[in-house]
Design a protein around this ligand. Sequence first.
Ligand code: FAD
Length: 378
Amino acid sequence: MDDRPPASVMARAEAFAADLAPRAAEFDRAERLPRDVVEQMADAGFLGARVPVEWGGLGLSPLEYGELTEVIGKACASTRALLTVHTSLVAETLADRASRRIREKYLPDLASGRRIACFALSEAEAGSDAAAMSTRYLQKGDTFVLDGHKKWISFAGIADVFLVFAADNGVVSAFLVDREMPGVEIRPMSGMLGNRATHMAEVVLSAVEVPAENLVCGIGSGFAFVANSALSRGRYSIAWAGVALAQAALEEMCTYAARREQFGSRIGSFQLVQKMIADAVTEVSAARELCRKAGRMRAERSPEAIAATNIAKYFSSTVACRVTSDAVQVLGGNGCWNGYPAERLFREAKILEIIEGTSQVQQTMISDFGLTTFARKG
Ligand SMILES: Cc1cc2nc3c(=O)[nH]c(=O)nc-3n(C[C@H](O)[C@H](O)[C@H](O)COP(=O)(O)OP(=O)(O)OC[C@H]3O[C@@H](n4cnc5c(N)ncnc54)[C@H](O)[C@@H]3O)c2cc1C
């Protein structure tokens, strides 16, 4: 797997996505991702996409990873979510931030997909203000004892490893918790608007004893050093997920408008429909360019990469909502029916404005960037 050129990775991704796309509606209805899909992702190396080759990953650059995310995200949003959560939020973060001991213990299994990881930050009462978490840890000799209740944890239903954030008197630390550790309870959730096949669950931790070696970075580095870094990686992936959904919706609306006739003409010949198509073409193209810019800046480790990522995520998720909504509009009644993909794309797009920091949170951060960068001095 080490010397595989990116061209072959993309060829595998295209082939995988072609098989995946016709199954996405079934996964959405069943609210589960079949094991064979996870295994195919693992076999193709996608679950280690951004993990360095020395740890068994593909070592893709941010741009290559973005393109992989778009290809898979266009086929199935829940499958793309596995890439975002397992690869961006956890594996890539551990590769960059964790101790050598943790990397040796976990990364080869995560990169190969032998074990699946999830990211447990949010709680019922701590979402945008995640630092206000009530999950607690207490150091007892060589172990940390965790108690708390996490909510909205994508893939917790099937994950083997949980990157859990907990606080001790406001000092937030990050821990790797194994599913089989005594005191870990998984409560599956269903009835979501989108990302329905992501095996979402609540994670209840009752006096879970975590060995000190599973502390990720030092005590107190959980928020600034681990969570923020992970969330920026996640936002980058979500930005590309927005391009993926918007591109899929654009293709749906164009295909339909080119065939559907009303008043004796193709609806694509009506100027009001053409406006929706023109806006979609323009916005998808602009969103993709913002993602590429963020990708290049991330590869260069530019100090402005974080802001570029926030801008791409904010714009792309907004575009995904607008374009998928217009796709429903162009398809009319068929857009409101699950016999066509438009209604699912519309539901999936809304999720992107909520996860990895809501649009309002992105706006706040982008505004802070604007005020420090563009306000004239003196
Ligand atoms: C499909 C899905 C998957 C998810 N997966 C995961 C996961 O794997 N792991 C995980 O840890 N979490 C996950 N989450 C949780 C997600 O991260 C939170 O839902 C998100 O951070 C928002 O938090 P909240 O739902 O508590 O909303 P709140 O924070 O309560 O926000 C409610 C509203 O208030 C606004 N708001 C809040 N604060 C401000 C502010 N300062 N200024 C302006 N407006 C503000 C928000 O923008 C929003 O419109 C998932 C959520 C969903 C829907």
